[in-house]
Ligand binder design. Sequence first.
Ligand SMILES: Cc1cc2nc3c(=O)[nH]c(=O)nc-3n(C[C@H](O)[C@H](O)[C@H](O)COP(=O)(O)OP(=O)(O)OC[C@H]3O[C@@H](n4cnc5c(N)ncnc54)[C@H](O)[C@@H]3O)c2cc1C
Length: 390
Amino acid sequence: MKALIAGAGIAGLTLGRCLAQKGWQVTILDEGSAARGEGYLIQLFGSGYEAARRMGLMPRLLPLAYEMSSVRWLNASGRTTSRLPYRTLQELLDGRLMNLMRADLEQAILEQLPSNVQLRFHCSIVYVRTPVGHVEVELSSGDVERGDVLIGADGVRSRIRDLVFGEGSVWSHYLGFHTSTFVIHAPEVRDELGNDLHILSVPRREVGLFAVREGNVAAFFVHRAPQTAPPQSPFEALEAEYGDLGWYVPLVLERAKALPTFLYEQAAQVVLPHWYRGRIALLGDACQAVSLLPGQGASLSLAAAYVLGEELNGTTDVKEALARYEHRVRPPLAQLRRAGRRAADWLVPATPAGILARDAALRLASVRGLSRLLRPVVNAAREDVIVPAE
Ligand SMILES: Cc1cc2nc3c(=O)[nH]c(=O)nc-3n(C[C@H](O)[C@H](O)[C@H](O)COP(=O)(O)OP(=O)(O)OC[C@H]3O[C@@H](n4cnc5c(N)ncnc54)[C@H](O)[C@@H]3O)c2cc1C
């Protein structure tokens, strides 16, 4: 059996690894280049953590993971207003929580790819055809690839989704937030931050900083905003929105100016009535994007790819496997979407009163025994996508 996978992100690589290890021929086609530049901090938890464990990734990931002591929320002048010990989050997630740079996670999965997997970069898919019993893609180079199944793991702006299910914006539900993330070199800030994730939080906006290796700092920005056309210059958009803030924000913006590019997104959930049609299915952000805010995308992509791998490996009937994959992942995902919307509202309050209420809850939850107060927010991470268990 041969699988064609569009997208060499977390979802595509995980699926490629799961199928190739069970004897499938796998070709992964990606429009980008081998080394993706954008880095950001992700939290691996819940089902994603469990999928990584079952894949045997833990010995590789543990040395790459970042220790975190606590999450600190700061006011506009940089004073700490609340602090949540990291162990509280770990307890709420049953110890299944890990901080990683996205590129490190991708690299770890890449290293597990059997050597017979064909990885093709700079490939742009222009047509999808479905001759009886197969599926074919035509690339902009004119090359044609044929397989038994085609998986669109090509991210939130999936081309496979456009070609097979119709134009993308129809499926995209804007969440009301713009977000941006990048890594800067800032050893002087790094020392000040220690092992804490610092989040400067003012009404409608927040800026998070966390020290990573080699004198670098991973930064993220989130603000409430109406949906607009993507900004011509992400840097100017950031400066207009955050230029008035103090603390380390001016320094971070200054360093960001020197970056060749960085991610700037309008956070959206992708919702489709079905994830598969015939021998073609979507995977990861292409159909399951929940929200950037609770930091679930990477975990979900890993878990959903693991489930799809299990189903395709369990049968020779591709269509039945795709149906079962959707049947297993869709119900928990619906829960995660609802929880994700609530968590986003709670984490980036619109008003000073909202910030006071959130900080009061955080202070209470950090008292031993009261961490359950955060359950409604953390439930956004707990839904199990991988069941049935081993
Ligand atoms: C700003 C930002 C911050 C984030 N923060 C977090 C976080 O803190 N925690 C977390 O868990 N998640 C976070 N995420 C989300 C997380 O990165 C994604 O959910 C996850 O990477 C999805 O994996 P994926 O493999 O489905 O898609 P992607 O990682 O988007 O990979 C898609 C791949 O497909 C390729 N591709 C795209 N179009 C085509 C095409 N036409 N043909 C072929 N290949 C194509 C791309 O080059 C890419 O390699 C964040 C995302 C962004 C943008």
